[in-house]
Ligand binder design. Structure first.
Ligand code: HEC
Length: 134
């Protein structure tokens, strides 16, 4: 078979492992993009219910998400590497990774990247629902 014919064909196929057409917007909106992820994947243990709250950490309020946890913060606007949630979602360690493996919840690559970019872009806690404008 002649390779020249095969190449355009391969070009039309989604690259294995890539996220394909689920590409995300350049400007991340807390309300539209970040809150739904936190709500689905984190609020069961870091949300409004004090009974179920783990590590005394709330990620459903601005105060909780930016609070001093004893020399570090869950979220440091503009700086993912100074944000504990970034390390926790990127961790490969079973006893560190968030959400914990036994919760059977997990974040997709896409979701991790949205959270990282949102922090990089200043972690604007905008709950007004105006999408995409920064
Ligand atoms: C099933 C419950 C559960 C879910 C869901 C969960 N966590 Fe946690 N989280 C915990 C527990 C328990 C701890 C305390 C143990 C530890 O530090 O690993 C913790 C600790 C943390 C800490 C460290 C807090 C500190 O004081 O150092 C961060 C940050 C965190 N979680 C972020 C997240 C994020 C972000 C999500 C969602 C992507 C999430 N967690 C989802 C149970 C959960």
């Amino acid at each position: 078979m002649r390779l020249r014919w095969l190449l355009p064909l391969l070009g039309g196929l989604p690259v294995l492992g890539a996220t394909g057409k689920e590409s995300h917007p350049l400007s991340i909106s807390f309300n539209d993009h970040v809150r739904p992820i936190l709500s689905d994947k984190c609020y069961a243990c870091h949300g409004p219910d004090p009974e179920d709250r783990a590590a005394d950490l709330r990620l459903d309020t601005e105060e909780g998400a930016f609070a001093d946890l004893g020399g570090y913060r869950a979220i440091t606007p503009g700086d993912p590497e100074e944000s504990e949630i970034f390390w926790r979602i990127e961790s490969k360690e079973e006893d560190e990774i968030m959400p914990p493996p036994d919760s059977h919840l997990s974040l997709s690559k896409q979701e991790k990247s949205i959270i990282k970019q949102w922090i990089e872009q200043g972690a604007n806690w905008d709950t007004s629902g105006k999408s995409g404008t920064l």
